[in-house]
Structure formats: C-alpha cells, structure tokens
Design a protein around this ligand. Structure first.
Ligand code: SF4
Length: 407
C-alpha cells in the first residue's frame, strides 16, 4: 500500500479530472406515482400534482446539448415516469432528433417501478433502446411490505411479471440488461440470503444493496424503518459472504455493485470516473428546470431547501453554469479528503464515497465533520472488510475478475 501511494503518477490520477463536461443527466418527470413506497426519498405518490411539462423539458434538453460532449446519457426519473408518458415520449423524440442533427450519440434510461407496463410502454422502450432501472426489495412478503401501492395489493407479482418481460427482451439483445436495486430497510435485515436468491432466480448477476438515505419519506419514518450502521453491516457482510460463496463454491457469477465500485477504487489507479464527483460526471433537473449537482440534492430542493440549486435552464447554457460560484464550490466539496482536516487523516479517504449531500443532511453543513457520522463508521468497516478479504488469494482473484468483467 505504502509503495502504491508514494507513486506520484497514481496519486495525481485520482485528482486530475480530464473531463468536466457532465455526461449523465437525471431529469425528473414529476412526483406523481402509482406506488407509495414506505421509504420513497422523493415523497412521491398518487396525489402529487408536480409534473414536468414539455416546454420546460425541451429547455432542459437544450441546456444539456450546450455541453460539448459527443455522448449524452439521459435518465428519466420521478415519481413514476410512465405516469407522465406523453411528455416522456415526446421529450425522448426531441432529444433523439437533436442528437441526430448535431451528430451526437445518446442513450436513455427510465427509473420505473414496473408495476404497470402497458404494451405501448414496451414498444417505446424497445424503439428507443431504453435501459430500465427498477427496484426489487426481496421475496414477496418483504417487497410488498416496503413497496406498497394504493392501487395494487401485490406489487411484487406485477413488478416481477414485467421485469421478466424486460429481461426477456434484454436477453434477445433488443435492449440493455435492466439495473435492479434493493433498498435495505429495517425489515430487510433478517433476509440477506433470501434477497440475493431473488436475483439468482432471475438469472441477474448485478446485485445492489442500497443503504437507506435519510431523505423524504424515509427521513419521516426513520424510527420505524431505519437502522444503525452496525445493523446494516451485519446484513451487508452476510450478503457479501454469501455472494462470494456462490461464486467460488457454486460457480454462480454474481456481484454487488456498491462493493465493485469500492474495489475498483482500491485496486485500480485511475478512479476519478468512478468517484462520486457530482457535477463533473452528472447533473440533475427538477420539473421546474432547476439544475442540481446530484439527484439527491435535487430531492433536497424538492423539499424547498434550495441550498444546492445552482441555476435554472431558462436563459442559461453550460458556459454560465460552469462559471457559477456554486458550481465551483460543489465541485470542490467532492474532495473531502483534501478540504476536511479530519478526513485528510483517514487512511481510507482516497477511496471514500461520502458525499456532500450526506454531510449536509447529517450536519446541516456542506463541509461537515463527517468523521462523527454513521456513514463514516460504515465505510471504515467496509474498507477493513475489503482489505481483510484481499488477503485471501482466491477472493482477491475473484474481485479482480469482477473489475475486468463488469462495468
Ligand atoms: S420509490 Fe419510486 S415507486 Fe416508490 S413511491 Fe417513490 S417514486 Fe414511486
């Protein structure tokens, strides 16, 4: 480790951002949703009236195309984006035409709960080669407990049925493999193995076990659905050990996305692309056309706290954005290990993924004392776990295979 860090070139590669033109753009189509998940950080639901209109949507797309890139990745989120299908449909066409005229490449994803996948939605997904991002919280009893809907009693069965259709088309090579995430609540903690098995049943190799963010509805219900970092770690390490066992003993190729990102950070040098450098890599937009440095900060803005709002797309382009003082401040704030005296002393700070918004929601400050936070304790233990695992030759080999094989 000492030798690696004394290599000047390697250290520099962690801080030189070659490209400050964000590629990924997350656009909210509004907070209307056909579900009412207990942890929804968007506070979305059936009664929400905030929706993105086509005029504002087009201005967002116009702003995005002022960024000098050859390739753009646009993610539509919500609420449930298919609840605003007309705008989703027209905006996708608008962005595609614009990309065509400007000779640029573009790819779309839609974050959907897949509770209701109408035939016209499937046609739209295939026609535009859209990557679907969805949620599967575990076995039926668990999923239905956390992902409740006012319209559907058994959201698990609906989502599973529709997810199978998406997987079918992705196996045919018509669309990309879906990204699936499990949001871990207090109710999940007893089921690490069962949750992993849900992915295995679907023949999906990418598992993601997301730590609950204290935002939106999750913040309001934290006492009943939240947990301590120790509880989460107990769950997470059981799940990871099971995933390692499945790979090594059963030859079942599965990996956990969060762990893969940390491994890539630890085992490869040029990791700036994979760090949480919001602004340099991605931007988020609410349905009023306000621009934020990440989707989580967009959600903070939806709750009428505009600390992270940088600009509105109206009458602005990337040039005015990049010269805005807030843009520079938030870009710098990603490097806690350089600007936070306590983080700079931490041996894991090079690899750490503590984000500005987390610092803000925990301490009320952008440059908060992260060392006292639960998230800091959590990452410390995960890094200890990783370095311990790397001492085992067989596991180290497996981790290196994951880095080579998976995006
Ligand atoms: S988590 Fe997603 S599906 Fe659930 S209520 Fe929120 S926006 Fe809707």
């Amino acid at each position: 480790m000492k030798d690696r860090l004394s290599n000047k070139k390697e250290i520099l590669s962690r801080y030189i951002i070659n490209d400050i033109y964000p590629e990924e753009h997350i656009i909210s189509l509004g907070r209307k949703c056909n579900s009412n998940c207990i942890y929804c950080i968007n506070n979305a639901g059936k009664d929400s009236t905030e929706m993105l209109d086509l005029k504002t949507g087009k201005k967002i797309i116009d702003f995005i195309f002022t960024i000098p890139k050859d390739y753009y990745y646009i993610e539509f989120t919500g609420g449930e984006p298919f609840e605003n299908f007309d705008v989703l449909f027209k905006l996708t066409d608008y962005a595609k035409n614009k990309a065509f005229l400007l000779n640029k490449d573009i790819h779309f994803s839609v974050v959907s709960n897949l509770i209701d996948l109408k035939p016209e939605y499937i046609k739209f997904i295939i026609r535009n080669n859209i990557t679907i991002c969805t949620s599967l919280d575990g076995p039926k009893h668990l999923h239905n407990k956390t992902r409740k809907s006012p319209y559907y009693k058994d959201t698990y069965s609906n989502t599973l049925k529709n997810l199978k259709k998406i997987i079918y088309y992705s196996k045919k090579g018509v669309i990309e493999t879906p990204n699936i995430i499990t949001t871990v609540t207090k109710y999940s903690l007893a089921y690490p193995k069962e949750i992993v098995d849900e992915y295995i049943k679907l023949n999906i190799s990418r598992i993601q076990l997301g730590f609950l963010e204290p935002l939106g509805r999750a913040e309001n219900l934290w006492k009943s659905i939240g947990y301590t970092y120790k509880d989460y770690l107990d769950f997470y390490f059981k799940a990871i050990n099971y995933i390692i066992y499945l790979n090594i003993k059963k030859e079942i190729p599965v990996y956990e996305k969060g762990l893969l990102l940390l491994l890539r950070s630890v085992l490869t040098q040029n990791n700036s692309r994979h760090r949480a450098i919001d602004i340099a890599n991605r931007l988020a937009y609410d349905c009023k056309g306000n621009i934020y440095p990440s989707d989580e900060t967009r959600i903070i803005g939806e709750e009428k706290d505009f600390t992270f709002k940088i600009l509105n797309v109206e009458n602005n382009n990337f040039n005015s954005f990049i010269h805005n003082k807030k843009t520079i401040l938030f870009l710098i704030s990603n490097f806690q290990e350089l600007i936070n005296p306590l983080c700079s002393k931490c041996p894991y700070s090079f690899y750490c993924k503590i984000t500005t918004h987390y610092s803000y929601i925990c301490s009320g400050r952008i440059f908060g004392n992260m060392i006292d936070s639960e998230r800091c304790q959590l990452f410390n233990k995960i890094f200890e776990f990783i370095f311990k695992k790397l001492e085992d030759k067989e596991i180290r080999k497996l981790f290196n295979i994951w880095i080579e094989l998976y995006p």
